[in-house]
Design a binder for this molecule. Structure first.
Ligand code: PEP
Ligand code: MG
Length: 317
């Protein structure tokens, strides 16, 4: 017997904040649906093909994508096109001899050196979408300029994909969010990479962990700038967060206060984030966002916000 779905996630004043899941394939998606995810906010498609040294066929890809779409009929599924490189090498796309892989040909940039793979992936996504009932949105990783966003949108349109978007994980994208969001329908902040690039601190290096936290006021400011860009000239395009930051219940409150509209996380964090979000109003979240932005350090930003949220201690978070 399944417990009845508790339904949509809200703040204390009724403001809706859909909590979505990060998934790597159908198995994760089915589990996420059982944990009350309202959809998928990040489908990391490269996880379907990590062990491959040749490009998967369009049919193989369509089958893998449909497995995820079918877990969320009628719900939003945000699929990310292949994000190969640095911490996620795919032999058919990336060059293992680059001196600085995190700054190299990765994410969307592999289209510069291996043209065709992205177009075939978009074809596969369109095929899978036709055969499913999910509301499919498609975003490109590592977008750095409005030109790249425009080109990605035109490739999506050519493939028949209706809702193209970008990940904001390079500081240049946050700083030019207004121009970027003129080209595409939505943005999703990848705070893991946004933090590593804003702080120039490799996300895989333990000794840099104190720099590499999304509580850094510099990172929070980039989140705020992205939301401002999305609201400019009445665009009002959705801006989500799909990095690990969204799974930290205190930071999740701050992100909603900065104007982020959806949060996507590992499905096992949804219950805790929902439990804390429902205790604060949007106005309170905005105050906490201001407090965090005014802090002189990541440590203080986190401590100051947590001190205002005693519910965290009540819940053992
Ligand atoms: C991110 O960078 O925050 C993100 C969600 O993508 P990944 O962790 O897969 O790089
Ligand atoms: Mg990333």
């Amino acid at each position: 017997e399944h417990a009845p779905a508790p339904g949509a996630h809200r703040q204390a004043d009724g403001h809706l904040v859909p909590l979505l899941a990060n998934v790597g394939g159908a198995k994760d998606a089915v589990a996420a649906a059982g944990l009350n995810a309202q959809g998928v906010g990040l489908f990391r498609t490269e996880f379907c093909f990590l062990e491959r040294d040749t490009e998967p066929t369009v049919e193989e890809q369509a089958a893998a994508y449909q497995g995820v779409f079918d877990a969320f009929p009628g719900k939003k599924v945000v699929l990310r096109t292949l994000d190969a490189g640095a911490d996620k090498p795919l032999p058919f796309l990336t060059d293992a001899t680059e001196p600085n892989p995190a700054l190299g040909v990765r994410g969307y940039r592999t289209d510069f050196t291996t043209p065709g793979v992205l177009e075939r992936q978009l074809q596969a996504i369109a095929l899978a979408e036709k055969a499913s009932e999910a509301d499919v949105w498609v975003m490109a990783p590592m977008i750095s300029t409005a030109e790249e966003a425009a080109r990605f949108a035109s490739l999506c349109a050519a493939a028949g994909i209706k809702t193209p978007g970008v990940m904001v994980e390079v500081p240049s994208a946050a700083l030019t969010a207004e121009a970027i969001l003129r080209e595409v329908g939505f943005a999703s902040l990848g705070t893991n990479d946004l933090t590593q690039y804003a702080m120039a601190a490799d996300r895989q290096l333990g000794p840099l962990a104190a720099l590499n936290t999304p509580w850094q006021p510099a990172v929070l400011r980039l989140v705020g700038l992205t939301v401002e860009g999305s609201a400019a000239e009445g665009h009002n395009k959705p801006v989500g967060v799909c990095g690990e930051a969204a799974a930290d219940p205190a930071l999740a409150v701050v992100l909603t206060g900065l104007g982020v509209t959806t949060l996507s996380m590992t499905a096992r964090s949804i219950a805790a984030v929902a439990a804390v979000l429902k205790t604060v109003t949007l106005a309170e979240a905005r105050e906490l966002a201001k407090l965090a932005l005014s802090a002189p350090s990541a440590t203080e930003a986190r401590a100051w916000v947590r001190a205002k949220l005693p519910v965290l201690e009540d819940l053992g978070l």
